[in-house]
Design a protein around this ligand. Structure first.
Ligand SMILES: C[S@@+](CC[C@H](N)C(=O)[O-])C[C@H]1O[C@@H](n2cnc3c(N)ncnc32)[C@H](O)[C@@H]1O
Length: 336
């Protein structure tokens, strides 16, 4: 059997599926339900007031170092431009970040990427990971979502964590496997059905981890007792380091409800879990490769302040529209 090196002789792996659906026309979803119910809960008057104060304070501080934002309202602050420039400027400000969640370009030929050599890619990632470290609070965290890339003549689906895991001063607490159903189907190898999240912290003796806020209530034997006591925590079990969340799919009749026109959205549910685990209300959550701002929707839905950077103006516009729709949905669900 003669096996082609890649299926269409270009360096694309995960992007193939998207390219197929882009030809069909992306199903830009009409918002019947923008977000999981858990992101639509009403806030107390106290929290609303404190969020508004925190937003005002941050806007003023950001203006001093980053100038005018693309958009800023209700705890959602978005800047359009190169994140490495913004991160550099932030490092000389008073602003410190509690939690960074991001999924950078994977260097696999998506529409928003300028392809680099693998060495260039590693250097570029090391640079901004170091910058994120510089602006993270001492007890802060950094969650990095990455997939696979091709290393020419060495490997086709090389896990990006193998290349990046120790390329910043962060302490790697653990890797979480994000497992999903949909994905590229392949003939000459196994279909990739997972990506990774690297859970980094700054100080391994002092970091936020709210296990009770992310417990999994899907317990097989909830009533099992030992010495008269329930074996399982009443809030549920530890969700483990393998997480199952459906991918955001595109295409006629198979598009996820959350789907925007962005080709690489991560699901709100997964970001929600990360935010609940690694931050508290009123804290600042950064996404330097914000895309459609899934991090921003989940962060504001959970009473955090979101700061996002995104290079492309069309994605920024898309993200702002998404946030406005989300706000409408939240307001109307709170009126009912
Ligand atoms: C994998 S996508 C992120 C998708 C996002 N997690 C979501 O749920 O929509 C990466 C994003 O980074 C943006 N990007 C690439 N290079 C950038 C840079 N230097 N500065 C800011 N944004 C950049 C791309 O335009 C793209 O939207």
């Amino acid at each position: 059997m003669k096996v082609p090196v890649t299926q269409d002789k270009v360096r694309k792996i995960a992007s193939q599926e998207h390219n197929i659906y882009i030809n069909e026309g992306i199903d830009q979803h009409t918002a019947t339900q923008m977000a999981p119910r858990s992101l639509l809960k009403p806030f107390s008057e106290d929290l609303k007031r404190n969020l508004s104060d925190q937003q005002k304070f941050l806007e003023v501080e950001l203006y001093k170092c980053l100038d005018e934002p693309f958009y800023s309202d209700d705890g959602f602050i978005l800047y359009q431009g190169d994140s490495t420039d913004f991160l550099q400027k932030l490092s000389s400000s008073n602003i410190k970040i509690d939690l960074t969640i991001t999924s950078p370009p994977y260097n696999i030929g998506k529409e928003y990427e300028a392809l680099m050599s693998v060495d260039e890619y590693i250097n570029w990632c090391s640079h901004w990971m170091q910058q994120i470290h510089n602006i993270t609070k001492p007890n802060g965290a950094f969650w990095l979502n990455v997939g696979y890339l091709e290393v020419p003549r060495r490997g086709l689906c090389v896990p990006i964590p193998y290349l990046l895991w120790d390329k910043s001063p962060f302490y790697l607490l653990q890797e979480v496997v994000w497992q999903y159903g949909a994905g590229v189907s392949t003939k000459y190898r196994l279909s990739p059905r997972n990506e990774k999240w690297l859970f980094y912290i700054k100080d391994y003796q002092n970091y936020t981890f709210n296990l009770d806020d992310i417990r999994d209530s899907n317990v097989k034997y909830p009533n099992q007792k030992k010495n008269g006591k329930y074996r399982c925590n009443p809030l549920g079990k530890n969700p483990s380091d393998v997480w199952e969340f459906s991918k955001i799919t595109t295409g006629t009749k198979r598009s996820s409800k959350e789907r925007t026109g962005h080709p690489a959205q991560f699901p709100l549910g997964i970001v929600e879990r990360v935010i609940n685990a690694s931050s508290n209300q009123l804290e600042i959550v950064l996404d330097p490769f914000a895309g459609s701002c899934s991090t921003g929707i989940a962060a504001t839905g959970l009473g955090r302040i979101f700061l996002g950077f995104e290079m492309r103006t069309d994605y920024c516009k898309m993200a702002v529209d998404r946030f406005k729709e989300f706000k409408k949905e939240r307001d109307s669900s709170n009126e009912q």
